[in-house]
Ligand binder design. Structure first.
Ligand code: 9D3
Length: 244
C-alpha cells in the first residue's frame, strides 16, 4: 500500500516509521509512507500557507494553492498506470468518528492521501473539490490533523496482511472480529502484596481458561461499554456465562 501525507510537520511521522509494528511494516515494504509539505509549494517571501478568514474572526485558514499543489504532487508520485487515483481523507474535527470498520475499509485501498490541517482548518473549497472522506478522532480538541493521521495509519497498518508477527496476530484483536473488550492479563510474579493471579489461569485447564476469559470480556463490556454490549449478538454459551 502507498500512503502520502500532506502535512506542515513531516518530522512528526518519524514516530510511525521509526518505532514498533508500523516501523517494521514500513521497513518490510508492506507500506510506503511519503510526506508532502505544502510549504514546499509556496513562492512568496514568507512561504505562507495560511491567510485571514473572510468574514473576520480569530485564527487563520490554510489556503487552497499550496495544498492543492501538494495533493497533485502526491498523486503524480503515487500514480500507477491502470490503477484508480487515490482516495483523499481529511482529518478534521467535523469528520465522522474513526472506527474499526472505516479503518478496515481504508486498509484495503492500494493508495491513500491523508490531509492534515493546522490553524482553524482548510478552505472549504479544497474539501469540496478534493476530499472523499472527512474523519475525526472524537469529541475533544487536538492541535492539528497529524496525530489523528498517525492514529489512523497505525490502526490501518495492523490490518495489512503480514504486518503482525505470530505473537501479535490481528485475529486476536478485540474489535477485529467483534466489538468486545479484552479480558484482564497477568504475568509473574504470582503474588504482588496479596493481589494474586486468578487461580483458573494457573490450573492448566485450557477450556476453563477460555471460558473465564470470555466471561470477563463479556462482563467488562456490559459494565464499561453498554453501547457496545447492546449491539452484541450473544451465543447460548455467552448467555450462560453471564448468568453464572
Ligand atoms: C474555534 C474552535 N477551534 C479551535 C479551538 C476549532 C478547531 C480547529 C482546529 C479545533 C481543532 C482544530 C485542530 N484539530 C484537528 O485538526 C483535528 C481533530 C481534533 O481536534 N479532534 C479530533 N479529531 C481531529 S482530526 C483533526
Amino acid at each position: 500500500m502507498q500512503v502520502s501525507v500532506i502535512t506542515l510537520f513531516p518530522e512528526m511521522f518519524d514516530a510511525l516509521s521509526d518505532a514498533g509494528i508500523s516501523g517494521r511494516a514500513i521497513k518490510q515494504g508492506l507500506l510506503s509512507l511519503a510526506t508532502v509539505n505544502p510549504r514546499d509549494f509556496t513562492e512568496d517571501r514568507h512561504h505562507s500557507v495560511d491567510d485571514r478568514p473572510y468574514g473576520g474572526g480569530p485564527g487563520m485558514v490554510m489556503t487552497v494553492g499550496p495544498l492543492s499543489q501538494a495533493i497533485d504532487s502526491a498523486k503524480t508520485n503515487m500514480n500507477v498506470p491502470g490503477k484508480p487515483s487515490p482516495k483523499v481523507v481529511y482529518m478534521s474535527p467535523q469528520g465522522k468518528r474513526l472506527d474499526q470498520q472505516v479503518i478496515n475499509e481504508l486498509a484495503q485501498q492500494d493508495s491513500l492521501i491523508v490531509l492534515c490541517g493546522r490553524y482553524e482548518g482548510i478552505d472549504e473549497r479544497l474539501i469540496d473539490a478534493e476530499v472523499d472522506q472527512e474523519l475525526s478522532l472524537g469529541d475533544y480538541v487536538i492541535s492539528g490533523g497529524e496525530l489523528a493521521a498517525m492514529v489512523l495509519l497505525d490502526a490501518m497498518i495492523r490490518q495489512l496482511p503480514d504486518a503482525l508477527g505470530d505473537s501479535e496476530s490481528a485475529s486476536q484483536d478485540s474489535f477485529a472480529s467483534r466489538p468486545l473488550l479484552d479480558c484482564p492479563h497477568y504475568s509473574r510474579p504470582e503474588d504482588i502484596a496479596g493481589r494474586v493471579v486468578p487461580s483458573v489461569l494457573l490450573s492448566g485447564d485450557h477450556e476453563a481458561i477460555r471460558r473465564w476469559r470470555l466471561r470477563q470480556s463479556l462482563i467488562r463490556t456490559r459494565d464499561r461499554r453498554p453501547d457496545l454490549f447492546a449491539k452484541l449478538q450473544l451465543s447460548d454459551e455467552e448467555c450462560k456465562l453471564l448468568d453464572e
